[in-house]
Design a protein around this ligand. Structure first.
Ligand code: SF4
Length: 338
């Protein structure tokens, strides 16, 4: 399906700048690169999925932009042979779990989510031994081997709803302790975080005093925050929700100015959805360095050489799908792959 890798570009790729990359590929401009990507996509029957936190130019060439689970399901519905996932490692892995008959490519294997790597299979097993009656709910931002040990797999968009629907008062949840706290706050249930310290390094960069100051400057602004933010930040938010919920909220809200309490890549998406509003990052350092490792050049390289293929052991993938099916069932939704 893919041409053989005939030049060893890997050792030099981290020292080349954008224009130098174009030169390596024999292209004169970014437009040239974009048309080559489109040609390859067509030839390979490929689809490009981009997370809401991706670089603007990556979002612009993607077939679908959204959050991780939503994108994997879109890929499944598209029936494409090749899926290029412009996101971090667990997202590409999730796409491989749900699209076993497709080739899933991750353009940059070094784009890894630090929070997802904070949870291990041992954390789940220890918690199960300690709290044998508590179901294990795992955030989609986790490795597949961990998800395979879960009873339910949730996104930030449905975590509260799922935990409300589960018939148990005590829940084990990982890896994000702030999301665990948010779920507990909203459901009144005891949510035991595994590990105790799990967090997203990007969503913990917001500062209470800065947001207060911004709110006092932009008096008519609405502050929207992600549930991965700590409690003090969520406490001063006008709206708390996942990236897809933020997009819906902004589209339906009359406000003209929004303070953004999530990774700043979402602003590109919001500007496309509602260009008449102003968007101010609540922290200029809310940048996920891992997400930003995906570039147009790497997507081109990925499509051209079939790099880097992501696969998940079929017994692990089966167990992950079962846990996602449990989630759909508890919510009363139809399982999309049945
Ligand atoms: S924003 Fe946080 S949770 Fe999302 S990929 Fe980056 S580090 Fe992981």
């Amino acid at each position: 399906m893919f041409s053989q890798l005939n030049v060893c570009l890997k050792p030099i790729k981290f020292v080349l700048h954008k224009t130098e990359w174009l030169w390596v590929f024999g292209m004169s401009s970014e437009n040239d690169l974009i048309s080559k990507i489109s040609e390859l996509k067509k030839d390979l029957n490929a689809v490009i999925l981009a997370h809401n936190y991706q670089n603007p130019e990556v979002q612009d060439i993607a077939d679908f932009v959204g959050d991780s689970l939503e994108l994997s399901i879109k890929a499944m519905q598209s029936g494409s042979r090749v899926i290029v996932f412009a996101g971090v490692d667990f997202m590409a892995e999730q796409a491989a779990v749900l699209n076993e008959n497709s080739v899933v490519l991750h353009p940059e294997p070094g784009a890894r989510c630090p929070m997802a790597s904070m949870i291990s299979v041992d954390d789940v097993e220890m918690a199960r031994r300690r709290y044998p009656r508590a179901p294990v709910v795992v955030y989609v931002n986790s490795p597949a081997v961990v998800k395979a040990r879960a009873d339910y797999i949730v996104t930030s968009a449905n975590a509260v709803e799922v935990v409300k629907a589960i018939e148990a008062e005590q829940i084990i949840f990982g890896p994000d302790k702030h999301l665990a706290d948010y779920i507990s706050e909203k459901t009144g249930k005891v949510v035991i975080p595994i590990p105790e310290y799990g967090y997203c390094p990007v969503h913990t960069r917001f500062e209470y005093s800065t947001i207060k100051m911004l709110k006092s400057i932009y008096k008519d602004s609405v502050f929207i925050a992600h549930p991965e933010c700590p409690r003090d930040i969520r406490g001063i938010a006008d709206f708390v929700g996942s990236t897809s919920q933020m997009v819906k909220y902004v589209k339906s809200c009359k406000a003209r100015c929004f303070l953004i309490g999530t990774e700043i890549g979402i602003i590109h998406r919001l500007m496309k959805e509602r260009g008449d509003a102003a968007y101010i990052p609540a922290s200029t350092s809310a940048i996920c360095e891992n997400m930003k490792k995906i570039t147009l050049e790497k997507i081109y390289y990925s499509l051209k050489h079939g790099m880097y293929r992501v696969s998940v052991d079929s017994s692990i993938a089966y167990r992950v799908r079962k846990a996602i099916e449990n989630t759909f069932n508890v919510l009363g939704f139809e399982v999309p792959w049945k």
